[in-house]
Design a protein around this ligand. Structure first.
Ligand SMILES: [Zn+2]
Length: 265
């Protein structure tokens, strides 16, 4: 498939306010009905849908229950146990796009707004990533290089989020919460927190806005990525907005400073 029409992959880096980064049970979408079963002694957020704090594994099982294990703090600074660090969060799955043929990321069950994930990989300099790595590299702490998820394969699930097409909306965005130190040894596992900005239905794609620079620097055309099997939420049409004139439009919080296309550290 021609590069000019190939859907883009890695990543614009939106920043958020401190408030956005806080654990807040109010983030649970209005339509969200908790089905998770919590494990005694594990602090939770989102009305029991996910473990809270960095000492416990953030991953959840396909049936909606939380993992309940301690984070594997001996081998990484990420909020995942050894099992989920290796297999990824079971709430998500890497699959092949039926039309484009490349890997995408979908929800294995209904997920609530506010559900957190981590974009993780090895800490490197921009140059050390190589061409493939630069397409997927995520901005890390200022002066700390970038996060290269490629060596981790499918376990680093978030690298497979597509960019929403012109008629679609993103549903997962980065925050300014990082895992790992600015100057930790090269190739140490580090990460950046992501949070769902809207409810995501089972089977739907997780989408991240890469940023205009990502496309401009690669001369790649944005295409809609939703399909019958793995839908992507569409932008609201004018008529729908006219039907709800009092509804506040959401404020875009995209900041250009975190776009990896310009993060040549
Ligand atoms: Zn786990």
């Amino acid at each position: 498939m021609c590069d000019r029409v190939r859907r883009a992959r890695a990543k614009e880096r939106a920043s958020t306010t401190d408030a956005d980064a806080q654990d807040d049970t109010r983030r649970g979408g209005a339509s969200w009905t908790p089905t998770a079963t919590t494990r005694e002694g594990v602090p939770t957020r989102l009305r029991g849908a996910q473990a809270k704090g960095v000492s416990w594994c953030w991953a959840t099982r396909a049936n909606g229950s939380i993992c309940g294990a301690r984070a594997d703090c001996e081998n990484s600074c990420l909020p995942y146990c050894a099992e989920h660090l290796e297999r990824g969060d079971e709430a998500l799955r890497v699959v092949k796009h039926p039309v484009f043929g490349d890997k995408i990321l979908i929800a294995t069950r209904d997920l609530p707004k506010g559900y957190k994930t981590v974009y993780f990989g090895e800490r490197k300099t921009w140059r050390e990533c190589g061409r493939a790595g630069r397409d997927h590299a995520m901005h890390f702490r200022s002066g700390g290089g970038v996060i290269d998820p490629c060596p981790l394969g499918d376990a680093a699930q978030l690298q497979f989020m597509s960019n929403p097409g012109p008629n679609e909306v993103s549903n997962n965005r980065s925050t300014n919460v990082f895992f790992g130190d600015t100057r930790c040894p090269k190739r140490t596992l580090v990460g950046r927190e992501f949070i769902l900005s809207r409810d995501v239905k089972k089977g739907a794609q997780l989408l991240q806005w890469y940023g205009a620079d990502w496309f401009n620097s690669r001369d790649i055309k944005r295409l809609d990525v939703g399909c019958d099997v793995y839908p992507a939420e569409r932008k609201k049409r004018k008529q729908e907005r006219a039907d709800h004139p009092n509804r506040e439009p959401s404020r875009a919080k995209v900041l250009g400073d975190a776009t990896n296309a310009s993060s040549r550290r």
